[in-house]
Design a protein around this ligand. Sequence first.
Ligand SMILES: [Zn+2]
Length: 188
Amino acid sequence: MQDREYWLSRLKEWGVLREGHFLLTSGRHSPGFLLFAPAFSLPKAAEELGRAIAERFAGKGIETVVGPAMGGVILAHEVARALGVRSIYAEKDGERMALKRGFSLRPGERVLVVEDAVSTGGSVQKVLRICEEARADIVGVGIIADRTAGKVDLGVPLQALLDLEVPSYPADDCPLCRAGQELTRPKA
Ligand SMILES: [Zn+2]
């Protein structure tokens, strides 16, 4: 199994982990910013990430992998490819998420939920609710980066390829501002 240092260097190489001085949507400032689309734009990178998550859930009888759109769509596909099973995705439906496009889950179906990163766990929780309402059997949640340093509790087994808690600072008390580093507004 690849260690944290391995994934850190891959995420930098793929342009996922960007270092600098960023203005977050929350208004806080941060020395790091995560953008997963560049990795998913590289089929080999997406395949490697999917295979690594699949390995953590091998032999668990998973029948379907489900991810939230957009971040979880390609990842779910690649994890499912590695496991040799089906992949589907959930989409925004007002404040909730829903299965559209003819996708459904049946009672007892063994499901793995995947997402690129978890910070508050909000979108993963919405997908878990869909699985619960369908009375599917949730095997666990597989993510690339746990941004909560293991603090998030989703009520099901969670496997992350790496812990990646990036610090953030209030705009009026930021060491990067004090050091005179130029602030960038990432285009997410
Ligand atoms: Zn700053």
